[in-house]
Design a protein around this ligand. Structure first.
Ligand SMILES: NC(=O)c1ccc[n+]([C@@H]2O[C@H](COP(=O)([O-])OP(=O)(O)OC[C@H]3O[C@@H](n4cnc5c(N)ncnc54)[C@H](OP(=O)(O)O)[C@@H]3O)[C@@H](O)[C@H]2O)c1
Length: 303
């Protein structure tokens, strides 16, 4: 039975709006689930469901939905199991949890274990629910860095400060990272909802472009035709900085430093989870992008 109605949790966040657009364009009947306290107003054609996120209220809210896509922010990760319980109880047939992150199977840098552990525990929980309820299916999506979003919004992680034409190169700047642009995540999610039952219940990994900091810098130089100031920072120093930030309770800056080490440390091999154009990218229709085309998107929109 095909999926027609989809509820998106976290629709008002960084990723949510892109998912709404992709799902709507693909012809799904889309609802946005938001906290009762939220002032969020959805775009035209999207129904809004306001809820207090209790199990009972969520179950009522999700009744009649064929699928749930959760893009809830990290602040809401601890209620994800309740969301899954509610989805199962409401008869939802496919669940995509709020992962959309990195692949931690090659190790996690010290100090950044909490989020990967929470996401893994959730997947184990979802897997057990699917084993016990054959009509409930799931698919998890690893995307790596959202490169177009991250370059604009997280200079502490990517090293690129687009406002001041400066870049901090982590180690040599040559460590490869597999990344995905936001619209391609939308494409992948639409693809996941279209797969038959026997093709899901597993993690999927996609990427639009595999690149390095030095390649991004070269593309920025040629696209902007401006001067870029470069400084070198060792990931050993960055790791120490991240630990100091953690001790001081500066959680967001700490996470930026630690994720930068996680992905960009020279020779660590933790930044490539997928090859663009291959494997799950092909199954889900995620196109191969050049680093130049991604930089052009950013420069056109933001610089
Ligand atoms: N790979 C990457 O580069 C990357 C980057 C960023 C995030 N991510 C991952 O992508 C996923 C989505 O992240 P995001 O940045 O788009 O999320 P976000 O913007 O931080 O939050 C999304 C929405 O979640 C809802 N929310 C927040 N806290 C909540 C809580 N305590 N209880 C219930 N709802 C809550 C809010 O919606 P309402 O106010 O409308 O209820 C919020 O707008 C996360 O798993 C995150 O780890 C990956």
């Amino acid at each position: 039975m095909s999926i027609e109605s989809v509820a998106v949790i976290g629709a008002s966040g960084h990723l949510g709006p892109t998912l709404l657009l992709a799902l709507q364009a693909a012809g799904f009947e889309v609802s946005a689930v938001t906290r009762a306290s939220s002032s969020y107003e959805p775009p035209a054609g999207i129904r809004v469901i306001r809820t207090d996120f209790s199990l009972k209220a969520l179950q009522e809210s999700l009744r009649g939905q064929d699928a749930v896509v959760s893009a809830i922010g990290d602040a809401g990760l601890d209620i994800q199991m309740t969301l899954v319980d509610a989805a199962v109880a409401a008869g939802v047939r496919r669940y995509i949890p709020s992962n959309f992150g990195a692949d931690y199977s090659r190790g996690v840098v010290a100090g950044f274990e909490d989020t990967p552990t929470a996401k893994k525990n959730l997947l184990d929980y979802i897997g057990a629910k699917a084993t016990a309820n054959l009509s409930f299916t799931w698919a998890d999506l690893t995307t790596g860095l959202w490169i177009d979003w991250a370059l604009v919004h997280t200079p502490e992680l990517t090293g690129f400060d687009l406002a001041n034409n400066t870049v901090s190169l982590w180690d040599s700047g040559n460590e490869p990272v597999a990344t995905t642009i936001l619209t391609d995540i939308g494409t992948a999610v639409v693809g996941l909802l279209g797969l038959p039952e026997d093709a899901v219940n597993r993690p999927f990994k996609v990427a639009s472009v595999k690149t390095t900091q030095n390649e991004i810098l070269a593309a920025l130089r040629s696209t902007t035709r401006q001067q870029w100031d470069v400084k070198q920072v060792s990931t050993r120093d960055l790791l120490q900085e991240g630990h100091k930030q953690l001790e001081a309770g500066d959680i967001w800056p700490a996470h930026m430093s630690l994720i930068a080490v996680q992905l960009f440390e020279d020779g660590a091999g933790r930044g490539v989870h997928a090859e663009p154009g291959k494997g799950d990218c092909r199954i889900l229709g995620v196109p191969v992008r050049s680093v130049e085309s991604v930089v052009e998107i950013i420069v056109d929109a933001w610089m």
